[in-house]
Ligand binder design. Sequence first.
Ligand code: MG
Length: 186
Amino acid sequence: MAALLQSGHLNPHPKYRTGLGFDAHELVAGRRLMLGGVHIPSKLGLAGHSDADVLLHALTDALLGALALPDIGALFPDTDAKWKDAASELMLKGTYQRVRAKGFRLVNADCVLVCDQPKLVPHSVAIRASIARMLGVPVDRIGLQAKTTEGTRLALKRKSIAAMAIVLVEGDCPCMGTVPKAAKPR
Ligand code: MG
């Protein structure tokens, strides 16, 4: 490690870091469907310990991954009664506070929801606005694609929803982004 830093091969304070998150939950009767903190009218909702907001879970994991922190399951265990039916907004906000405390802020996030039913495109704007509000960024920093599986074998058979998210975070400490000079060749 020290040799890598000394040689200039490794930037000790990278200005940018990326993170990737994925999650999937089963659709069941008797649950409210929450996606990105927005209630989506649906006969089925997502099963889970918390409100099972699969999109916020993927986004939370992406932020944690960007800084190589423990994942959402480690930080918000489903064995903890505190998180029973809890709003996943609390997890996302708590995670983003950690990111900010480490001197990083969100540049942008891009998300994919994979869901055959219900149709999510009509809710895309509301979901993006909801996430932007939670993270305190303009809505144009939050991308979202709502995809169906087009009847392929990837199919979720209308029984689950999956989400992926990628984030770019930027160090806002003045010392960040400086690349040490490479050692002079001998
Ligand atoms: Mg989850």
